[in-house]
Design a protein around this ligand. Structure first.
Ligand SMILES: NC(=O)c1ccc[n+]([C@@H]2O[C@H](COP(=O)([O-])OP(=O)(O)OC[C@H]3O[C@@H](n4cnc5c(N)ncnc54)[C@H](OP(=O)(O)O)[C@@H]3O)[C@@H](O)[C@H]2O)c1
Length: 258
């Protein structure tokens, strides 16, 4: 194996919201970083700030994870820049409110590509390297949406159910290999997500949001756990959901984002 010049944690979707906060808290902990998103200007501004504040090295890579070859290209760039990946935060993702019929097909297929396919692709490509590093980790950002079907956001909820199931299984598969795999399941969180998903006026977001700071603090502290649900309210809702018939939980989810 060629010598790596930089050991770093990869954070996808680091140009805003939860991903940006992951970058900030990982930088405080002294990790070098690879920041990935489409908006390179934002990544570079964040990188400049984190480098000067924390003395870490940051590589920025512009990538559209809705492209089928994005993960392959990203890993090729990491190899070219001689980065050894010590952790992976698969955070990039988006949702959209509306019925399956009313939303553009391409938007929903892109959602599956970003939220699901690129996440699996990147994980698969980086796993062999992660197994060579002590205390390496993968954090996949799912959602409390993962625990029930979501009428009016069907593809988004289904994509997060996939992320949760995939991450739990991978957590078990890699137990003996020293790679901690965790599914982070936030509820409504203050970021650009709600406006991107046309959800700012929904009951779900009006009922209150968590800060990205609190969500990421829980995620990093709990990264050895298979599932992390930040916030007491979110935990309670998930557990109440488990005690209820699926007919009830899916109708409730539909009401919260009508
Ligand atoms: N906020 C919530 O209420 C909430 C709740 C549960 C789960 N989540 C999940 O948390 C994750 C982060 O969301 P957030 O709340 O931080 O939302 P956000 O503020 O909108 O940030 C989303 C991030 O994903 C990136 N992204 C979106 N599409 C991309 C693409 N095609 N290629 C590359 N990067 C892309 C965006 O970067 P560019 O636009 O620069 O590409 C941005 O950095 C998502 O997986 C979301 O589903 C959010």
């Amino acid at each position: 194996m060629e010598a790596a010049s930089l050991q770093a944690v990869v954070v996808t979707g680091a140009s805003a919201g939860i991903g940006e906060e992951f970058a900030r808290q990982l930088a405080v902990a002294g990790h070098h970083l690879v920041l990935v998103a489409r908006r390179l200007d934002r990544l570079e501004a964040l990188a400049g700030e984190l480098q000067s504040r924390h003395g870490i090295q940051v590589v920025c890579i512009a990538s559209d994870l809705a492209r089928a070859d994005a993960a392959e290209q990203l890993v090729a760039t990491l190899r070219q820049k001689q980065v050894q990946v010590t952790g992976l935060v698969n955070n990039a993702g988006f949702g959209d409110r509306g019925s399956v019929e009313s939303l553009a097909l391409q938007r929903q297929l892109d959602m599956i590509q970003v939220n699901v396919t690129s996440l699996v692709d990147l994980t698969w490509r980086l796993l062999p390297g992660l197994k060579n590093v002590a205390n390496s980790f993968v954090i996949n950002v799912a959602s409390t949406a993962a625990f029930q079907a979501g009428p009016n956001m069907a593809v988004y909820y289904a994509s997060k159910a996939f992320v949760l199931s995939f991450s739990e299984a991978l957590h078990e598969e890699l137990k003996g290999d020293g790679v901690a795999v965790s599914a982070l399941c936030p509820g409504a969180t203050d970021s650009e997500f709600a406006s991107e998903a046309n959800m700012t006026d929904t009951l779900l977001f009006k009922a209150g949001t968590m800060t990205t700071e609190a969500v990421v603090r829980k995620a990093l502290a709990g990264r050895r756990n298979a599932i992390v649900i930040p916030g007491f309210k979110n935990l309670l809702l998930v557990w109440l959901g488990k005690l209820s018939p699926r007919l009830v939980t899916r109708r409730l989810a539909g009401m919260l984002q009508a």
